[in-house]
Design a protein around this ligand. Sequence first.
Ligand code: GDP
Ligand code: IMO
Ligand code: MG
Length: 423
Amino acid sequence: MKMDVLLGLQWGDEGKGKIVDVLAPEYEIVARFQGGPNAGHTLEFDGIKHVLHQIPSGIFRSQILNIIGNGVVLDPIVLKREIDGLGKFSIDYMKNLVISKKATIIIPTHKLLDAASEKSKGDKKIGSTLKGIGPTYQDKIGRTALRVGDILSPDFKEKYEALVAKHKTTLSFYSHPLDELPAMEEQFFAAVEFFKTLNLIDSEYVVNEALDSKKRILAEGAQGSLLDVDFGSYPFVTSSSTMAAGACTGLGVAPSKIGEVFGIFKAYCTRVGSGPFPTELFDQDGEDMRKEGNEFGSTTGRPRRCGWLDLPALRYSIMINGVTQLFMMKGDVLNIFEQIKVCTHYELPSGERIDKLSFEITEQEVSPVYKTMKGWNCSLENIHSYDSFPTELKDYVEYLETELNVPIKLVSVGPDRTQTIIR
Ligand code: GDP
Ligand code: IMO
Ligand code: MG
């Protein structure tokens, strides 16, 4: 059996949480492989809206085992809050949630370091969610991090103090205040005590043994390919490998065991935080898109920057991930437009047209070249099959499919589980 991977192809917030929840009944395991509480994955069903940050989006399906893999950076305080928030849903998290002992722990000083680093950058800041992601992955790669398994060790407190002492040196370099630290530490250690009671395991064995016994696994990505630390618009990226290959290292699964790669994209583009965004709209269309799509961050509440779909960027993401099926999200948000634009190329100031995301692209001033299509300009509320889509929406889907050379197998027309059209 092979593991399927589901990931965002843009700058995050494509609707991954919704689709993992929709697909979950076809799987036995859902596993997160990277990122941490910077993610906000929204699920809507039975009139309930719930945002998950670190817990995989299969948690509302009682038959699913949810795994937080080794590639994740985990904040015990956020995890405790998330589990407490699930209380009203009668979820048996001792049965349905397991956590890799090799996942990395976010400690309070990581969050202070994140804030200090961002502050020092002034208007060149990344626009981090300030959840401590960058500093924690730095410690992981620098071989100084604490891992989940460490909390069970009798000398955890000593290891913790040694890391904090190191962080304090850097924080003093930034002249960053430490006033909040005692209260944060109190919360942290209370959460660690709770954390010790959870199912902490060597998840790479669970995942591989499940595949050997023909169980179906869906790996759930966080963020998006254009925020990938290698291939995103560096340095305006997150600190993990958000692409399909990240599912291998983040769960301990061999590349030969990857099956379908589901690439999720919005019918337009959004981005939170700083960095290049060639098709960003600063006009009324951008405002309307934000309002109609309710484009405000699930984790930070920040307004998301909005713009038309960017084909060169999408093609790039499809290439580096080996996407086998595309899922188009938030089609309904474009209902309001009489005309819809799609960026087919970028134009350099010299007039030269390019359609590749080269190393230089983050520094270059590029203007998008658009193809304009007629909008469908009607509600999709009562549409339950592809056949009953308005012609203009079918034209849009089929045009993208031809341009991207990968089938669009699912179109989402609303936030609820049920507002999902499978082709
Ligand atoms: P994720 O991080 O990729 O899981 O996405 P987020 O949850 O951060 O953001 C996606 C937002 O769009 C959430 O508020 C979802 O409820 C909502 N959403 C998902 N699919 C659709 C859709 O097809 N139409 C509309 N209007 N909203 C959607
Ligand atoms: P989901 O999983 C959208 C962005 C931040 C910032 C950059 C770096 O919900 O799609 P970080 O906190 O990682 O240091 O921030 O990445 N970012 C996201 N944007 N969706 C996310 O996750 C994101 N996670 C991080 O806004 O620009
Ligand atoms: Mg999100």
